[in-house]
Design a protein around this ligand. Structure first.
Ligand code: 5AD
Ligand code: SF4
Length: 439
């Protein structure tokens, strides 16, 4: 009934949000909509927001501002906003007062109601706000329109119980809820039948997954390792305090589990880690890295680091640099601490001046990047198994893919290679990617 109508989705934030957008797209296609590459000429525009850092907030409000003109020219243009920011009352209040051209506001816990909400808004032309404070039952079986053909995200759990003092996620995504192992297995089998070769298991803290009495996260990996036709398993994100020896053993036993881990450390200072409520020390973290490397010598490791957390002294920051030099990460996502209203750290009196934060940030990025470049250069001459993603948008004779260790690699190739696992010899290692040639 919506034939000929189009939608456009703008997604901010993490993979969890990207995956939610895949579900929104799936639901819209079931309603008869098709995707429009242009936001301004679409019938329905959705903005899926992130609230982890302030920057994303600013970009969101900037985007909303731009839509005013479109709405004025075309009153049928339907503007929907959703995602983490909508779980905060002060954001909803400011949208209602300052951006009245928004038609529909919904939250992270009621995505499954979107088709109904959208139809109401479009039929009645009334504005709707529907944000549940917390998630009830997990809703299974939402259709999804996948972003990639050969790899897919699979949620295994929702929410977070950790309350790191800087983080808004426990407030926007609610408490931890795990999906049942049989539902996950069924989804993965279905994806594989559909051509998927690699799954990334998603959760804020996958290590505390508990599907039922007998199934923890490592058990789930062992189960998925048996799925025929699936070639690779990845996961994110993993909290160091909950990473079990059983999971480390799974790296050795499960051939499909990629030898790669994203293990956010956030800081190298014991004092700052305690103030962040991370519940491990620098020493605990380094011990864990030691165990992982002992079990899986070729494992690649990435992390998240926050610079300028309240009270961070020069010595604390030096501890972070020291940790980075000790671990020698393959890559690291670095963030300037950003105050999030409603979190404990927002109340801390000893906030760090912006110029100090930026200065430290630049030093950290330099350290991180030079190690990445050295690590990647060491790949020159090696042969890596690569899952080919497809050809480059700008050059149909260049393919890109990921090595088992999640390194991006570009090499001469053609579209027929997409979805295949092939051997590629690395010819050059750069800071953020590798170059290679097919053997
Ligand atoms: N400020 C800066 N970075 C943050 N992160 C989470 N909250 C904040 C914040 N308030 C970072 C953490 C986390 C990543 C997803 O975002 O490093 O691991
Ligand atoms: Fe946020 Fe900490 Fe939970 Fe990660 S573990 S989502 S940083 S509260």
């Amino acid at each position: 009934m919506n034939k000929g109508r189009t939608y456009h989705i703008t997604t901010f934030g993490c993979q969890m949000n990207e995956h939610d957008s895949e579900a929104l797209a799936g639901m819209l296609e079931e309603l008869g909509f098709s995707e429009s590459p242009e936001r301004n000429s679409a019938d329905v525009a959705i903005i899926n927001t992130c609230s982890v850092r302030e920057n994303a907030d600013k970009r969101f409000f900037g985007t909303l501002g731009q839509l005013k003109k479109i709405k004025k020219e075309n009153p049928d243009f339907t503007v929907c906003v959703c995602g983490c920011m909508m779980q905060q009352q002060h954001i909803i209040d400011s949208i209602k007062t300052k951006y009245p051209w928004v038609d529909l506001i919904f939250g992270t816990h009621n995505i499954h109601q979107f088709p109904q909400l959208l139809q109401n808004v479009m039929a009645e032309r009334e504005k709707l706000v529907k944000v549940w404070e917390d998630g009830g039952e997990i809703v299974e079986g939402l259709p999804t329109k996948r972003l990639y053909k050969h790899k897919a995200f699979v949620n295994i759990m929702y929410g977070c119980n950790n309350f790191c003092t800087y983080c808004i996620v426990p407030y926007t995504r609610g408490r931890e809820r795990s999906r049942k192992p049989e539902d996950i297995l069924e989804e993965v089998r279905r994806l594989v039948r559909d051509g998927v070769r690699e799954v990334t298991l998603l959760g804020q803290n996958v290590n505390s997954y508990q599907g039922d009495e007998n199934t923890d996260f490592a058990d789930l990996i062992y189960m998925l390792n048996e799925v025929e036709g699936l070639l690779r398993i990845r996961f994110m994100t993993s909290h160091p305090k909950d990473l079990s020896d059983k999971l480390i053993q799974a790296y050795r036993d499960c051939q499909k589990l990629c030898n790669y881990i994203h293990l956010p450390v956030q800081s190298g200072s014991r004092r700052i880690l305690a103030r962040m409520n991370r519940r491990y020390t620098k020493e605990d973290y380094l011990e864990l890295i030691g165990k992982l490397r002992q079990a899986v010598p070729q494992i690649t490791i990435s992390t998240d680091i926050i610079v300028g957390f309240p009270g961070e002294t020069e010595e604390d920051f030096e501890e972070t640099l020291d940790l980075v030099r000790t671990v020698r990460y393959d890559s690291a996502f670095t963030f300037l601490y950003s105050i999030r209203k409603g979190t404990p750290a927002a109340q801390y009196a000893d906030q760090i001046p912006e110029d100090v934060k930026h200065h430290r940030f630049n030093r950290l990025v330099e350290t991180v990047n030079s190690i990445s470049a050295e690590k990647n250069a060491a790949y020159e001459g090696r042969v890596e198994q690569v899952l080919v993603e497809g050809t480059s948008k700008t050059d149909s004779n260049t393919c890109s893919g990921r090595t088992e260790g999640f390194k991006l690699i570009n090499f001469p190739g053609n579209s027929e290679m997409a979805g295949k696992l092939i051997d590629v010899k690395v010819t050059a290692g750069k800071t953020f990617s590798l170059e290679g040639e097919v053997l």
